[in-house]
Design a binder for this molecule. Structure first.
Ligand code: GCW
Length: 720
């Protein structure tokens, strides 16, 4: 019976490709090396591997080399017990190798910091060795992954040395995973953390997850939703967390948890969570000590307080610094860190939501303990398809600021759309803040080179779930990958990252790289065009944020679309200049002065900062209305072009992955048309002008679009 089924699958042509390329292996898919010379070189290296010391991370390196060797060469590698036993590949820390190395290597490597590494050829006593040398055991693991990637992408050259080190200290994934395994804004199935079966059952996925992260240099993970449940801080749950921490440790990954500010009431049976109350302080000290007993290298807490209904210090008339310092003081004896989110806004404050984080945090500059990092979303509203950089970057001098990107595509097509986020993140990171110095960029603030801050952080809200391919859409993997690369070095280029990902994921076939790269590199701009062009924002369906909802109104104003687009018979856009909300003034004067004038505002941010007449003349000579129409239409056309690019690859990509992406691109086109048609029909009711001749006339009935409901869209909070 079973055989019959297999024959059936083979007949359908499914079994080979679907088993080989179901996306599970991510970018760590070690395929046979076809190039004879490289094959020879790698075979030789893998025939004599020697570790200069003993370390749990070396065991992980050994496991990885075994996997790689099987994949590359279809044979097992040989590990030698003695350095003299015809070894070829040397692996160790600088200290371990110090007795054999000259001073030159020593100093060169030392200056790279604890996570830095060097790889290259060493001549010792007249013999050549290839060496992976790190300043720590984990750094040698990074060197190993780097070596393997260079082999996979056919760029390995024994005679070229390479050094590398991360520019940002904490490179962290934030999971918004609930304890019942639902994932807030998760579109790839359920949470991979199987709390119910932990600690007894250890899913092999945890190891593969750690490998994938370590291969990118991601060194921290917060396991639970920022809309936190205090239950995770119970002793029995900490036992479960310990299992994960033990698995992640040799991969260099530290575990963080989200702390619910009201936990002392919910778990400690106290009557208050006031940060200045001694019982509350004791509660946190004891809880933290209990966690460190189980997990000695616990990273600390990630906290969302006084935002969207989460409890916080404001309940006790205390400010955010007092709240954060409460936890910081409990953590600091153990070396832990508080990551306090700057995503706060309250509807009691009658201010443009754009301004609220700066209003709250600028006055607190210098009041946070040194082990507090403020985690700031890339833009001031909320992970919109495109936002100008958050005005907090550069606005404070004595506060550690970290970046929060959203890898999961809450507002960017979720897991049905191919949107490569590398280009969007690059745009943010390379933005000039003009503070603290004229040449400062967001990247320079994040990595400390401009801000001179002690603790540096880049966090990404994870897009990982139980789907076989981890991220729902295969190309969601590229966003996880790009996040890791940019956290390592915020100045890397999105194009270069996409090239690397494509080679590791699809191999080196002729033509493949350029086609897929074109598809990826234009995908974010396409989504912005068919969703929210020219600075429009927050136009998604209510709550689930799936699909268009520019008509959403009623209830809390800053959760509606009308609040953001402000369309009326005269024009459209949010005036954030001095004549409007004044939010533009939160930027450095070099920006606010110039962008106060719509003519000098980059058109991609035009309606973010200005309310303009429908007939306002754009740089192209078209009116604003015409240009809005053209952008929506262009977005749809690019989405179609993306599928054409993909279809041209039918014979070069395996059937399983081809069909997966092809089907989703089909949905993406439909969704792009849905966005364009419904948005333009809606905005036309205000603009009262015809559609330009050159665009496809939007089809459908506005009323029909308005009536669509998606109660079962994925990723919604269970309590909504
Ligand atoms: O983008 C909004 C999301 C919420 C999320 C919140 C946040 C975790 O819609 O689902 O809650 O941001 O970042 O805290």
């Amino acid at each position: 019976m079973k055989n019959l089924f297999l024959i059936y699958l083979c007949f359908l042509g499914m079994i080979g490709p679907s088993l080989a390329h179901d996306g599970y292996k991510l970018w760590l898919d070690y395929q046979p090396i076809e190039h004879p010379e490289l094959n020879q070189t790698v075979s030789e290296l893998f025939s004599g591997i020697f570790f200069f010391g003993k370390n749990p991370s070396y065991q992980m390196i050994q496991n990885e080399l075994e996997l790689a060797s099987q994949g590359f060469l279809n044979s097992a590698p040989t590990f030698r017990a003695e350095r003299f036993e015809s070894t070829k590949l040397w692996i160790g820390t600088r200290e371990e190798l110090s007795q054999f190395l000259g001073l030159e290597h020593q100093t060169k490597i030392k200056s790279l910091g604890a996570e830095g590494y060097w790889r290259g050829t060493i001549i010792h006593e007249g013999k050549n060795y290839y060496a992976l040398i790190g300043n720590s055991a984990v750094a040698t693991l990074y060197a190993t992954f780097d070596l393997l990637k260079s082999i996979q992408s056919n760029t390995f050259d024994k005679n070229t040395e390479k050094t590398d080190f991360p520019k940002v200290k904490l490179r962290m994934l934030n999971h918004w995973d609930n304890l019942d395994r639902t994932v807030e804004r998760g579109y790839a199935g359920f949470s991979i953390w199987d709390w119910h079966r932990l600690p007894g059952y250890v899913d092999p996925r945890y190891v593969d997850y750690a490998r994938a992260n370590a291969s990118l240099g991601i060194n921290a993970v917060s396991l639970t939703n920022v809309n936190a449940n205090a239950w995770i801080l119970r002793e029995d749950f900490v036992e479960k967390v310990k299992v994960l921490a033990d698995i992640f440790r040799p991969y260099g990954i530290q575990v963080f948890l989200t702390a619910r500010f009201s936990a002392p009431i919910e778990m400690g049976k106290l009557e208050t969570a006031d940060p200045l109350d001694q019982e509350v302080q004791k509660f946190w000290k004891d809880r933290v000590a209990m966690i460190y007993k189980a997990i000695p290298d616990f990273g600390g807490f990630l906290v969302k307080a006084n935002s969207e209904g989460q409890p916080g210090p404001h309940e006790y008339n205390r400010d955010h610094a007092t709240g954060a310092n409460l936890l910081a003081d409990a953590l600091s004896p153990h070396g832990g860190i508080v990551i306090w989110r700057a995503f706060v806004y309250s509807h009691e404050i009658d201010e443009d939501r754009h301004k609220q984080a700066n209003l709250e945090f600028e006055p607190l500059d210098g009041k946070f303990r040194d082990n507090v990092i403020l985690q700031v979303k890339n833009g001031a509203i909320d992970f919109q398809p495109r936002e100008p950089f958050h005005p907090l970057f550069g606005a404070v001098e004595n506060t550690n600021l970290g970046m929060e990107f959203q890898i999961t595509q809450e507002y960017l097509g979720q897991a049905t759309q191919l949107v490569y986020l590398g280009t969007m993140w690059e745009e943010i990171l390379q933005s000039k803040t003009y503070r603290p110095t004229d040449s400062s960029t967001v990247a320079g603030i994040i990595d400390g080179s401009d801000s001179k801050q002690n603790h540096t952080l880049m966090a990404g809200v994870s897009n990982i779930g139980t789907d076989r391919n981890w991220t729902g859409h295969l190309f969601g993997q590229a966003n996880w990958f790009a996040f890791g690369q940019l956290a390592w070095d915020p100045d890397r280029s999105a194009a270069q990252i996409s090239e690397e990902w494509i080679k590791l994921t699809f191999g080196q076939k002729e033509g493949l790289l350029t086609q897929i790269q074109e598809l990826m590199m234009g995908s974010h701009e396409a989504a912005v065009n068919y969703m929210t062009p020219l600075g429009l924002h927050h136009l998604m369906g209510r709550s689930h944020h799936y699909g268009p909802g520019p008509w959403v109104e009623g209830g809390r104003a800053d959760w509606t679309s009308l609040y953001y687009h402000r369309a009326d018979s005269l024009g459209i856009g949010f005036d954030r200049t001095a004549s409007g909300s004044g939010a533009l003034n939160q930027y450095a004067s070099q920006i606010s002065r110039v962008w106060s004038d719509p003519k000098q505002t980059p058109e991609k941010f035009l309606l973010w900062f200005h309310h303009l007449a429908w007939d306002y003349e754009m740089k192209s000579g078209n009116t604003l209305w015409e240009e809005i129409c053209l952008h929506y239409d262009k977005g749809v056309k690019t989405a179609r072009h993306m599928r054409d690019l993909w279809r041209a690859l039918e014979n070069q990509v395996d059937a399983a992955r081809f069909s997966h992406v092809d089907q989703l691109l089909g949905i993406q086109i439909e969704e792009a048309e849905w966005w364009r048609n419904s948005s333009l029909l809606y905005f036309q009711t205000f603009a009262n002008r015809p559609f330009p001749e050159s665009i496809e006339k939007p089809e459908g009935e506005l009323e029909f679009f308005k009536q669509q409901r998606f109660p079962f869209a994925p990723g919604i909070r269970p309590n909504w």
